[in-house]
Design a protein around this ligand. Structure first.
Ligand code: RP5
Length: 181
């Protein structure tokens, strides 16, 4: 599809690995204009070797698709859904209302309000329907949170998360050391 081709192009620019297999994580977004932000979630999952799929599913423009995606995700083996949207960002909350699968919301900076609209739309879910909301445009953290969730039942994956934490720590320490010299 056009979306897959665009995503592949965006990922290959940054040298990401391809990751196949039945998707454990679904990455969905309201529009292809969200792809430049949301590709970071796919990038993280690919680096950690977690099979994932990327789909455009709009709460407002394709509500029937939203229903069928959310209602079929669990039986298709999807264990975590990452949903990004901008503006009146109903996608993560609507998906969370239709599936028992945990949903991570990414507020995309898409409109005149600098992403605050998306953040508040996603984070202010009413009691009973949780969406784990990450920072504005931070699809990387959404990917990392999904990996941590899957790591609960997968010691190898959890070990890779711990290694990643070591790596980012060492990265800071090396930079700090350079600065001192
Ligand atoms: C939302 O509206 C999408 O998630 C996107 O962030 C925003 C703008 O969409 P486009 O007009 O660029 O398609 O539904």
């Amino acid at each position: 599809s056009i979306v897959e081709a665009r995503l592949k192009a965006l990922l290959s620019e940054e040298g990401s690995l391809d990751c196949s297999g039945a998707p454990q994580v679904g990455i969905i977004m309201g529009s292809d204009s969200d792809l430049p932000v949301m590709k970071d979630a796919a990038k993280v999952l690919n680096v950690f070797g977690v099979p994932n799929e990327v789909r455009i599913v709009s709460a407002h423009r394709t509500p029937e698709l939203l229903f069928s995606y959310a209602m079929n995700a669990q039986e298709r083996g999807v264990q975590v859904i990452i949903a990004g949207a901008g503006g009146a960002a109903h996608l993560p909350g609507m998906v969370a209302s239709l599936t028992p699968v945990p949903v991570i919301g990414v507020p995309v900076r898409a409109s005149a309000l600098d992403g605050l609209d998306s953040l508040l739309s996603i984070v202010q879910m009413p009691r009973g329907v949780p969406v784990a909301t990450v920072a504005i445009n931070n699809a990387t953290n959404a990917g990392l949170l999904a990996v941590r969730m899957l790591g609960i039942g997968n010691p190898d994956l959890q070990a890779r998360v711990a290694q990643y934490q070591e790596d980012i720590k060492n990265d800071v320490l090396v930079k700090a050391e350079k600065l001192e010299k």
